[in-house]
Unconditional design. Structure first.
Length: 75
């Protein structure tokens, strides 16, 4: 999964991986839905964290985030 991406990606690449907007990807990182590492002002996300997030979504552990993102994506 995600063979075309490095093991560590930017938030913009995260958005591309998940087929969501950049702002949504930043919100997911800010809310702690997907763990990240900050290096100065840069944010990096491990590909493994993305895979684990998708796995949690399949088992409905992230259902609250999925619903709230659809209802209120700007908060």
């Amino acid at each position: 999964m995600f063979d075309g991406f490095n093991d560590v990606v930017t938030v913009c690449e995260l958005a591309e991986m998940l087929k969501v907007g950049r702002n949504t990807a930043y919100e997911m990182v800010r809310a702690g839905i997907i763990p990240c590492v900050r290096i100065g002002r840069q944010i990096r996300v491990s590909k493994q964290a993305v895979v684990e997030y998708l796995s949690r979504c399949q088992t409905n552990e992230n259902r609250d985030w999925i619903v709230s993102a659809r209802i209120d994506p700007g908060s």
